[in-house]
Ligand binder design. Structure first.
Ligand SMILES: Cc1cc2nc3c(=O)[nH]c(=O)nc-3n(C[C@H](O)[C@H](O)[C@H](O)COP(=O)(O)O)c2cc1C
Length: 207
C-alpha cells in the first residue's frame, strides 16, 4: 500500500490543484465570532480555526489570517482592542447566514445586520450574541499568540479567550444534557464542504 508524502505547500507534486491540508483536519467546529469595534459597531465573522483548548477555566481560541496588506482581520483586531468577544455556535439552520458574514466588508461594517440577524445583549461583555444561534460563549480576551507566518503579508494570529458566560437555548436541552442533534452543529470540511452533526454514538472509557 502506498501513501502520498509531501511537505506543506508541495501538494502539486501529487496532482492536488488545491492544498488538501484543511481537508485532513475535518470536521472543524466553527466559531461565529461577534465583537465590537472602537465605535461600538458590531462585527460578525466565522472562524473554523476555532476550538476549546481547556476546561477549568474554559478557554477557546480562534486563529485569524490577515488582510492582503498583512493587517489583522476585524475579529482579531476588535477582540484585542476591546478585550471581549462572543463565540456563537452555528446550527444547520444558520449555515447560509453564517456564510454571508464571511464577506470581506470594510472595517466598521455590521455583518450581523447585513445577514439579517438579530442580536441579543450579552451578560458580561459588550458584543451582541446572535439570537438564532443555539449556544453563545461570552469571552474575555486573554492574549494574541503570533503564529509562524510565510511572509509579512500573510500573518497568522491566534486569539485566546476565557469563557465567562454560557448561554444555551433551552429547546436544545433534554434530560439535563445538550442534544446537539436538535440543532446539528455545522463543521467545516475541506474545500467548500460542510457537515452537520445528525448522529452521535456513545462509548464509555475502559477504566
Ligand atoms: C466557514 C468559514 C470559516 C472560516 N474560517 C476562517 C479562519 O479560521 N481564519 C480566518 O482568518 N478566516 C476564516 N474565514 C474567513 C473569514 O470569515 C473572512 O475573512 C471574514 O471576512 C473575516 O471577517 P472579519 O475581518 O470581520 O474578522 C472563514 C470563512 C468561512 C466561511
Amino acid at each position: 500500500m502506498s501513501r502520498m508524502f509531501f511537505e506543506p505547500g508541495n501538494h502539486k507534486e501529487h496532482g492536488f490543484t488545491f492544498d488538501p491540508f484543511k481537508a485532513t483536519i475535518s470536521p472543524r467546529p466553527i466559531g461565529w465570532i461577534s465583537t465590537i469595534d472602537e465605535n461600538g459597531v458590531t462585527n460578525l465573522a466565522p472562524y473554523s480555526f476555532f476550538n476549546a483548548v481547556s476546561w477549568a477555566p474554559p478557554c477557546v481560541i480562534f486563529s485569524s489570517g490577515s488582510r492582503p496588506d498583512g493587517s489583522p482581520k476585524d475579529s482579531a483586531l476588535n477582540a484585542a482592542k476591546t478585550g471581549e468577544f462572543v463565540c456563537n455556535i452555528v446550527g444547520k439552520a444558520q449555515a447560509q447566514q453564517m456564510n454571508q458574514t464571511a464577506i470581506h466588508f470594510p472595517h466598521g461594517t455590521d455583518e450581523m445586520q447585513h445577514a439579517g440577524l438579530e442580536g441579543l445583549p450579552s451578560q458580561y461583555v459588550k458584543p451582541l450574541r446572535v439570537k438564532d444561534a443555539p449556544v453563545h460563549l461570552e469571552c474575555k480576551y486573554v492574549r494574541t499568540i503570533d503564529l509562524p507566518s510565510v511572509s509579512d503579508k500573510v500573518v497568522n494570529r491566534m486569539i485566546l479567550g476565557e469563557v465567562v458566560g454560557i448561554h444555551i437555548d433551552e429547546k436544545y436541552v433534554a434530560d439535563g444534557r445538550i442534544d446537539v442533534t436538535r440543532y446539528q452543529p455545522v463543521g467545516r470540511l475541506g474545500y467548500m464542504d460542510y457537515c452537520a452533526v445528525a448522529e452521535v454514538f456513545e462509548m464509555n472509557r475502559p477504566d
